[in-house]
Structures are given as structure tokens and as C-alpha cells.
Design a protein around this ligand. Sequence first.
Ligand code: AMP
Ligand code: MG
Length: 332
Amino acid sequence: MRTAHLAPEDLPRAAEILVSGGLVAFPTETVYGLGADARNDRAVGGVFAAKGRPADNPLIVHVRSAEEAQEIAVLDRRAQALTGRFWPGPLTLVLVARTGVSSVARAGLSTVAVRCPDHPLALALLRMAGCPIAAPSANRSGRPSPTSAPDVFEELDGRIDAVLDGGTCRIGVESTVVDATGEHVTLLRPGGLPREDIEEVAGAVLSPSREPGQPKSPGLRHRHYAPSVPVLVVNPGADAVLRALYDHPAASVLCTVETAAEIASAIPGLRLLTIGRRGDAGTAARRLFGALRELERYRPEAIIAESVAEDAVGLAVMDRLRRAAAASATDH
Ligand code: AMP
Ligand code: MG
């Protein structure tokens, strides 16, 4: 299959491909999604096949508004308060499903994950296609998420019908996923919307229980966000990075601007990228996946990544780094 590169003015073509059962990657404010008509079992099955995604890991269904969400899921007052405050935006709600979404997209569960993306092209595509769009991140399963159209081509060229090019994603990490079916809201995946913001509307947001048995988010079982070389996460500061470089002299480094200033001159020829200034979690999130992709191209022995503070979106950045490190610890 030849994958078409579509410009924003080709939006009608992208919508046409979707409604006829094809697969279109499109930009959102978080990362690029791989979209299919959420009502169509066969199209949704194609998303799992193109990504190599395990069938037991359900997809997020994108909608154009809270009203459309009401058609496919049950929104109680708390859910309506959350959508009223944060949609369109990087918040995904797991809710009790009504009919209308393929059970393939829900991985057979009685719940469905829904979100309204805050991106003009994504919203225009949803309106023009006129259907909910099931869309996980547009990467091969287990890989870092794509934050630009070239990233999507690197992952899925020849496996999907088209990529709608909307430039680089503003937030750079995936949406925050919460389970809103229980008495308390539970955080299933930290993401672009800080937990603290959700708590202002919904009260305490609980962490998923560590009880044995089924994890509440099926995706937590799977390998995630890993580049093709091992990732080592170290404490903040130049000392920890230098110690890791001593053990892995052929490694590349992903660190803050401040740490880079201390170590770059000490080690000539070091391949290093920065994730912004210390304390700037927004820049770290925006640069994270692109930087991991760029560094893996040099085929270093490892990528040494400096930790960032876990407040606001920094929690999501550290979650992705730890999962990338855990995946490389078992795979390499
Ligand atoms: P992705 O589409 O790759 O950004 O991942 C979506 C995340 O939402 C995964 O971690 C899924 O396991 C999670 N998710 C989607 N639907 C549900 C659901 N019905 N219940 C719990 N978690 C879900
Ligand atoms: Mg993903």
C-alpha cells in the first residue's frame, strides 16, 4: 500500500478515506493518532494490524464534542463537569459504553475511552467524517509516539492509507487517561493534562490499585515508548550523567540545558540533545519523543536520560522515560 502525504487542504480526501474504512494518521495537540471509523469493526481491526498492537489493549475514541460523547458513553454530572472544563483537550475519560463503538476498539470491554482533541485539523476531520474516530498513537506498538508527520512515515509508511500533515504537536506526550466509572476518579495514565488540574474539578484523583489480578488499564501490561537502544534514567544533575557516561562511554545523552552546559565541554564529541531548561516540564514533554528518535538514529550503546521534576506534565515525562527504560531492560 502506498501511504499518501496529505496537506491540510486535502482534508476532504482524509475524511473520505476514513468513512470508506481506510486508515488515516492525523495530528492532535498531544501526538499523532492513527484513525479509523470507530463504528467499523474491520477498519478498527486494521489499526491493530498496522500497529502490531495486542488485541486486548483498547483504543481511545475521538469525538468532536461532549454531545457526541453522550451518544456512545454514559456521562454523569462529574464527567460532564470534566468535559465542560477540559474539552477540547488532553483528557481521556474511561466511561460506561453505550452502543455505537465497535467492540474491537473497546477490546471487548463494557467501557469506552473517549476524548475530544484540541487541534483544528483533528476537529475538522471529525466534523467532516461525521463519525467517532478510534485512534491510538500512530506508532508501531511499543515504540515512542510520533509528534510530526515524518515520524509517522518512519513508523507506518506502506501500512496505512494516508498521513494528514499538521506540523509538530504542541504538547508532545499523550493524553491523561482517567477511569471515571467508579466512586473516585482513578489515574490510569499520566499525560498532557496535569493531575492537579483534574483534582480541582473532580476531587482527589486516586492512583490505580496495586491489587493482584487485572490492571485497570489494559495498556499498562504492555511494552511502551521504547526506542531501539536501551534507555538509562539517571538522577538530575551533571554528576549522575557523568557517572553513567563513565560506565557507558558510547552512550548519547538527553538532559537539561543546565546539565548540558556542565558536561558538553568535558566530553568532546558527545552526542547530546537538550529537553529544555530545568523546571520547564512543558518543553521537556514537547521534545521528549522527537529527541529519543533522533538519538536512536546514531545507534549509541544507550541513551542516558536525566530525570525531570514530577510536577505538572513532568509526571508524564518521567512515566514515559521509566517505561522506555523498563522495556529496554527486558528487551536488550
Ligand atoms: P494509546 O491509544 O496508545 O494512546 O493508549 C490508550 C490508553 O488508554 C491505553 O493505555 C489503554 O489501555 C487505555 N484505555 C483505552 N480504553 C480503555 C478502557 N476501556 N479501560 C481502561 N483503559 C483504557
Ligand atoms: Mg500509544
